[in-house]
Write a protein that binds this ligand. Sequence first.
Ligand code: HPA
Length: 271
Amino acid sequence: MTKKQLDESVGYLKNKGFDKPEIGIVLGTGLGQLTNEIKNPIEAHYNHIPYFPLATVEFHSGKLIYGTIEGKKVVVMQGRFHLYEGYDFLDVTYPVRVMHQLGIQKLFISNAAGAINLDFKKGDMMLIEDHINLQGGSPLAFKNVAEFGDRFVDMSEPYDVEMREKLEGIAKKEGISLKKGVYVSVVGPQLETKAEYRMLKTMGADAVGMSTVPEVIVANHLRLPIVAVSVLTDECDPDNLKPINIQEIIEIAGKTEPKMVKLFKELINHI
Ligand code: HPA
């Protein structure tokens, strides 16, 4: 990754009319409905944006959408890049750097995750308060990282406290249940064994998923405030583990999604 590449990606989008978005939003698996709320949308397909990671077959519909929600200028990533698709850490975080250079001042992230904390049930949402990186690498471990910011990035409070408090307040007001906890990221794409779920619980994780952490590390590199919410799609009980059904995971994400859309819309309204 070079500054010149980033400039070209950003130049392409500015030319298309992506004019100083204030908020960037990354939508997780099965969580695309927020795009229906975007007014005056302008779309840029990932395949057409210079230096964007090359899309896989599964990914042909991935796009960045610019427009307004609740009167605020936003840029939304419909579909994200995952390590399990064969992308590397620089690939999966490149869009965050692009959105930052376009001008966003806040980043919202959503994902689908498994509930490790068994007080949480499928269909619950969890506000991420902290994370554990078990993906075996870092999006900041590259040679010219110093051109883009510090190498040794502080991670003592990676998720913005003010936005977390706001989101909790909104959830309360709207009567939406919002759990809080620690998200652990794994590479996937295989799901976890019973022994792994036990280990993750012992480590202090409340939810497990295959994304988000690389984007959050890069957002911290860019000093970009983040709020992240997991939609819990399955219960990871090692003593009663049923075979996982990806179709069901996507279905549960879809069913829970209207609540997530409500939370994000209200948060956009209040910042
Ligand atoms: N493990 C990892 N990733 C996931 C899970 C899970 O149980 N559910 C949804 N994403």
